[in-house]
Unconditional design. Structure first.
Lengths: 431, 175
């Protein structure tokens, strides 16, 4: 709720000043030509801004904003319902939504009156996966003639846009390494279809016969089914490398946005399966959310991702690996999200692995983001692209010595990565 | 080359208030000693150019659309003879211009109805001034009264422009 006094006081719009200036000129003209006609013409022009100020709200009007975000894939639809406190009418509100950086406006905003509320519909397109907050709109009250305005005080909750490749929904089924000694002690807080016996409940029509507790049913005379406490499958750490590279702030920022989207998608998939998930972002220092599960953890992870930016100074890889051990137990399955665009970023994986974290690298490729180089002919451009591809392949190949790497260049698909995660390990294969 | 005019653009630029402004401007032009063709052309051109500018200019500069309409109407009122009908037409012209201001293309449609509510007080004051001038002997007497009222209003507006918080009212402790 914003209630800054200076920004919410009455403001005169440029047209009010123009009308005032014109009426003074007309007043002078009336005197000069000794005619009351210009004076009477100027009268309403002078009075209108004063009346607008006097008869409008005497303080910043309170407006409740209820919103939601819909759409799938690249398409984002934001719907906001603005309800002003009476006597302010919804048609006297002006709403301005700022389009977040990197987002394209697919259609101009549409507004419609719905009873005492104003409904605003926005249609955006996000070019890459991302997690971001919808900026708080600027809401102004304007008088009917549009001569004065006041900024409204908003009662709103944050809206989020969460877009990631759909394949990540299946990632949660992957068996993760446990970090606790006894599997029986890693019980989930939720009940489900398998695990340790938890209790008995009324059977529902969809329950299979195996879940029906027949003895209890016979005793009670009605169908009862068993419930089980779900076991967690394990723990997951997602590490984002947010150190700056030679690619420049624009490309670094876009790669970070893509990594954010993937990190959130992965976290959500595993949290859904009641696994413990932690996220760490390493720029100059480590910012970490320790392992936990549940809805609160989802919010904490999202907040960390939303506040993660590209660091100004790159920290050494060793510092990250040492700091990780303070927050996370060894043997936690670790997904490193790094573009692998600098020597420091290439070194990070080996340091993390040496500290006891089994690592899988998901590397968003910078190649799709490289713009056409100025001054190069068609042939030279093609050659440069081939060189860049070769360099990238060489970097990825080098990384494979330390950890498996998935080169991610189609940002709306992570099928390859999920298949890779679901592949049985050497021990599971019996090797 | 075929020129296609977007209907939505036309609807945004030329709403009902544009029609009211054109009629008021033409009415004023007929009272002036200007030739009919010149007067009507100036009236229509001023209102049309104002409406077009308001749609075509960037959002921050749209208030400049007022200029052509103000200039056209200003020429007519400055050129009008002294009399009850021209005075009434002058007042109506000012109200029509305000109504046109209410029909901002960036705002929710229905500016004409919305604007009528905002015009109630200025229209009442113009009516009182006109009625007052009718009761006075013709000549410059009404001009003196109108000029006095206008001077007081100018001072009040100047003071209020410098202190916009004068319109604020703190909520009471028990509300």
């Amino acid at each position: 709720m914003n209630s800054d006094d200076s920004s919410t006081s009455l403001r005169w719009r440029p047209s009010a000043f123009l009308l005032l200036g014109a009426s003074i000129v007309l007043f002078g003209t009336g005197i000069a030509v000794r005619s009351p006609v210009p004076v009477l013409f100027a009268f309403p022009l002078l009075l209108a801004p004063i009346c607008a100020g006097l008869f409008g709200p005497h303080a910043s009007p309170l407006v409740r904003v209820d919103g939601r975000t819909d759409g799938s894939g690249r398409s984002v639809r934001v719907t906001a319902l603005l309800t002003p406190e009476p006597p302010v009418r919804p048609e006297s509100l002006e709403v301005f939504f700022r389009v977040p950086p990197g987002v394209v406006e697919a259609q101009p905003p549409r507004t419609e009156i719905e009873g005492p509320s104003l409904r605003v519909k926005l249609s955006w397109t996000v070019p890459d996966p991302t997690v971001m907050t919808v900026p708080t709109p600027e809401v102004l009250w304007r008088d009917p003639l549009g001569l004065v305005e006041r900024t409204a005080t908003l009662e709103n909750t944050d809206l989020f846009v969460e877009r990631y490749p759909p394949e990540l929904h299946q990632a949660g089924a992957v068996r993760l390494r446990r970090t606790l000694a006894l599997p029986g002690e890693t019980r989930s807080r939720s009940v489900g279809e398998s695990g340790e016996f938890f209790g008995i409940r009324e059977a529902s029509p969809g329950d299979p016969p195996r879940r029906i507790n027949w003895r209890a049913t016979a005793r009670a005379g009605r169908r009862l089914a068993n419930e089980y406490a779900l076991d967690r499958t394990g723990d997951l750490l997602i590490l984002l490398d947010t150190r700056p590279t030679a690619l420049g702030p624009a490309v670094d920022g876009r790669l970070l946005a893509v990594s954010r989207g993937a990190a959130f998608g992965l976290a959500e998939a595993f949290l859904r399966e009641k696994s413990r998930v932690g996220i760490a972002a390493y720029g100059e220092f480590l910012h970490a959310v320790p392992l936990a599960t549940g809805r609160t953890q989802r919010v904490q992870l999202r907040n960390l991702l939303l506040h993660t930016e590209i660091a100004e100074i790159p920290g050494p890889a060793e510092r990250c690996a040492v700091a990780l051990r303070r927050y996370y137990p060894p043997n936690t399955t670790t997904v490193v999200l790094s573009p692998l665009a600098s020597e420091e970023q290439l070194n990070l994986v080996s340091h993390v692995r040496r500290r006891g974290f089994p690592v899988v690298v998901l590397s968003p490729s910078y190649l799709p983001m490289m713009g056409r180089r100025a001054g190069l002919s068609e042939e030279d451009e093609e050659l440069a692209v081939r060189f860049a591809r070769l360099c990238r392949r060489e970097e990825v190949a080098r990384m494979w010595r330390d950890a498996p790497v998935v080169d991610w260049d189609d940002f709306w698909s992570l099928g390859g990565f999920v298949d890779f995660l679901r592949r049985p390990t050497a021990r599971e294969r019996g090797a | 080359m075929r020129i296609v005019i977007d209907r939505r653009f036309l609807a945004r630029a030329f709403g009902p208030a544009y029609g009211v402004l054109v009629i008021a401007a033409i009415g004023l032009s007929l009272l002036t000693p200007l030739p009919l063709v010149v007067g009507v052309t100036l009236a229509v051109a001023g209102a049309t150019l104002a409406s077009l500018l308001r749609v075509l200019l960037p959002r921050r500069l749209r208030f400049l659309g007022l200029f052509p309409a103000l200039v056209a109407l200003g020429v007519f009122v400055a050129d009008s003879p002294v009399g009850t009908i021209p005075e009434l037409a002058g007042g109506v012209g000012g109200l029509a211009l305000l109504l046109w201001c209410a029909e901002d293309p960036d705002r929710y449609p229905g500016g004409l109805v919305r604007g009528l509510a905002g015009l109630a007080v200025p229209a009442a004051v113009v009516g009182i001034a006109l009625a007052g001038s009718l009761l006075l002997p013709s000549g410059v007497g009404s001009l003196g009264i109108a000029a006095g009222l206008l001077a007081v209003t100018v001072v009040a507006v100047a003071l209020l422009l410098g202190a916009p918080r004068a319109f604020d009212r703190d909520p009471s402790a028990t509300s």
